[in-house]
Ligand binder design. Structure first.
Ligand SMILES: C[S@@+](CC[C@H](N)C(=O)[O-])C[C@H]1O[C@@H](n2cnc3c(N)ncnc32)[C@H](O)[C@@H]1O
Length: 343
């Protein structure tokens, strides 16, 4: 999934640090999980705890981290003869979906031309609305379990960016349709790694959560800059919650007062980071950050050394690949950092 700060390109670097510093580790906590890419990657080796303030991230985590295999959908099969719910949605025609009542079509009425916006086409909005309402009905009627519910909602959410008429975030939509918007929306079949462990997913403030859980490796990937995540991903949040929120303005934003992150505020980032490292009950701590982030490298160093074991602090510098083609000079100065300390 396209997501600001997604660490797909950094997985091998993170693994190298863990292999070097924590070869005997059994558990890993991805406290700012976002797309759950990091948690999913490491699930094959470790018991995973994952967390994020965003509910749609939690859904992706619950669906693929807490679930330890793709659900069977036995009741759905025996009661409705639906062998595979993903095939069921993806093979259905739009005309069959027209049975969905108008008032239940939140995506079409809000994010599509029918609702005066252009995040997705009317046709794809109906496909999302139909799948999302149907999964809600199945769950309410006892036709799918909680595990099955979260897996299906995760697959629905994961499919949305493939047909979204945006440049990646949902702070605005394009005024003309991009090519990807014309593709048919499909529920995306997510893979699940089975590790047979007691993996757990959470949806709360990471600083608070760390008072209550512990383990071997803590991976911390907070926001680097002032861009709050929720307003940039509000459409995905609503796809996950499907809670018919009040939205406002041209962009159709939902309220997000209780989902603001201190890590996006210059005055609050360092105190929040201090509290987080203080609370951490993990032996190995690895932070992902950028040299142009709100916290300076020396502030990070001060906090991690304050709570870490003497002589264990280490910075790994990784050249910033994302900016390379755009501005070579900037590239030379910017670095992604992996910062390690033992606690
Ligand atoms: C840089 S992104 C993480 C990207 C993730 N590693 C990935 O690969 O997709 C930062 C994440 O931190 C989350 N976040 C920000 N403040 C938080 C907090 N106080 N507690 C939990 N999550 C928070 C944001 O919602 C966002 O998903």
């Amino acid at each position: 999934m396209r997501f600001i700060g997604c660490k797909t390109l950094l997985l091998d670097n993170i693994k190298a640090v863990i292999d070097e510093k924590a070869p005997d580790a059994k558990s890993l906590c991805d406290i700012f999980s976002g797309t759950a890419t990091v948690a999913r990657f490491f699930k094959r080796w470790y018991e995973i705890y994952s967390n994020d303030l965003l509910y749609f991230s939690y859904v992706l985590q619950k669906g693929t981290i807490e679930n330890d295999c793709v659900p069977e959908f036995e009741v759905l099969r025996s009661s409705l003869s639906i062998q595979d719910p993903i095939d069921y949605f993806n093979s259905m025609s739009n005309s069959d979906m027209e049975v969905l009542e108008q008032k239940r079509r939140f995506f079409q009425n809000t994010y599509a031309p029918a609702g005066g916006r252009m995040y997705v086409t009317d046709e794809n909005a109906l496909r999302i609305d139909f799948a999302r309402n149907t999964v809600e009905d199945w769950y309410k009627n006892g036709l799918i379990s909680e595990d099955e519910y979260f897996y299906l909602v995760a697959c629905i959410v994961e499919g949305v960016p493939f047909v979204s008429n945006t440049s990646g975030t949902y702070g605005a939509f394009h005024k003309e349709w991009e090519r990807r918007s014309y593709k048919k929306y499909e529920v995306y079949r997510l893979d699940i790694t089975t590790n047979g462990k007691n993996n757990k997913s959470y949806n709360c403030d990471g600083v608070e959560l760390l008072r209550h859980i512990g383990g071997d490796v803590l991976y911390i990937d907070p926001p680097y800059n002032g861009r709050q995540y929720l307003p940039n991903y509000h459409v995905l949040e609503t796809a996950a919650k499907y809670d018919f929120p009040e939205v406002c303005g041209v962009t159709g934003q939902r309220q997000y007062e209780n989902q603001k992150s201190d890590f996006c505020l210059k005055t609050k980032a360092v105190p929040a980071f201090d509290e987080l490292i203080k609370n951490a009950q993990f032996k190995h701590i690895i932070l992902s950050y950028s040299t142009d982030g709100l916290m300076s490298v020396s502030e990070i160093e001060e906090v991690m050394k304050k709570y870490g074991k003497e002589g264990t602090f280490k910075i790994y510098e990784i050249p910033y690949r994302r900016y390379k083609s755009r501005n070579a000079t900037l590239t030379d100065q910017l670095k992604e950092l992996l910062v390690y300390v033992e606690k």
